[in-house]
Design a protein around this ligand. Structure first.
Ligand code: SAH
Length: 249
């Protein structure tokens, strides 16, 4: 996403983005542009939809109910969705929002809530999680919005992993592992599809950890000598993965 347009508002929209196209925004996005940002006719906005790259557009109507944008030109080609899979035991509301936003900013392509033995939250508001991913994607200038998958149990995840994920390795942030740097282990996974699994506030149960560590596709790692809160562990794990074998290059 070219920095030349970093000062312009960026909005995620559903419709196709094509040359000569015209997009009419819904109430919420119109209010945001026309009332909150006080954009008027002639002002420029960047749109993306996850399929057609980023487009420079111009307001031709600044009605607070339905802003109309004319497409001018594509300013960034579509990039492939990130292959990084992020699995986590959902936390209570505002920290759940935080974790979805951070996973998006850190480049996760799939965000998968996992219900484990000590997970505190069992019913998730999927709309809200998806909205957090979109808001984070707009802010951090990615061209894809991560897929926020419906929650599944750890058992179901592990049973279906070989079929669903093939050769993908599942990096397990294991709070019970002896303190160490994960860099060496991660470097051995270079070039391979990976996922990262973070447990709940209460950690993994003993039999969950035993089951996970016994699986051939699971790669346990330590995140150092201190016990991190689940949301801290999420950002730390994603950062070290992106920095060693991911897209921070
Ligand atoms: N309350 C638990 C810790 C859970 S922390 C306890 O006291 O044991 C939540 C999750 O963050 C863990 O399940 C693990 O996935 C991750 N995590 C936290 N600290 C970690 C560390 N030092 N090494 C590896 N994973 C860690």
């Amino acid at each position: 996403m070219p920095r030349t347009h970093a000062t312009l508002p960026r909005l995620f929209v559903e419709p196709d983005l094509t040359t000569g196209g015209r997009i009419t925004l819904g109430k919420e996005q119109s209010l945001y542009l026309a009332a909150v940002l006080r954009k008027t006719v002639g002002d420029e906005v960047v749109l993306f939809n996850g399929r057609d790259g980023a487009w420079l557009t111009r307001l031709t109507s600044d009605s607070k109910k339905s802003v109309v944008l004319d497409l001018i030109e594509q300013i960034a080609p579509q990039t492939p969705r990130s292959d990084l899979w992020y699995g986590f035991a959902p936390l209570k509301t505002e920290r759940l929002d935080y974790v979805v936003q951070k996973a998006t900013e850190m480049g996760a392509g799939t965000i998968q809530p996992i219900i484990t033995r000590f997970t505190q939250v069992n019913r998730l508001k999927h709309e809200r999680l998806a909205a957090n991913a979109i808001e984070a994607a707009e802010q951090c200038e990615v061209l894809n919005v991560p897929v926020v998958a419906p929650e599944i149990t750890l058992e179901r995840l592990l049973d279906s992993w070989p079929v669903e994920h093939g050769a993908r390795r599942l990096i397990l942030a294991d709070e019970g592992a002896a303190s160490a740097s994960p860099v060496e282990i991660l470097n051995e996974l270079k070039g391979k599809p990976v996922g990262i699994l973070i447990g709940p506030e209460g950690g993994f149960s003993d039999d969950e950890r035993a089951k996970l560590r016994a699986l051939p596709f699971v790669v346990p790692v330590s995140l150092g000598p201190r016990i991190l809160r689940a949301d801290t562990a999420a950002v730390a794990a994603l950062a070290i993965i992106q920095a060693t074998i991911g897209d921070w290059r």
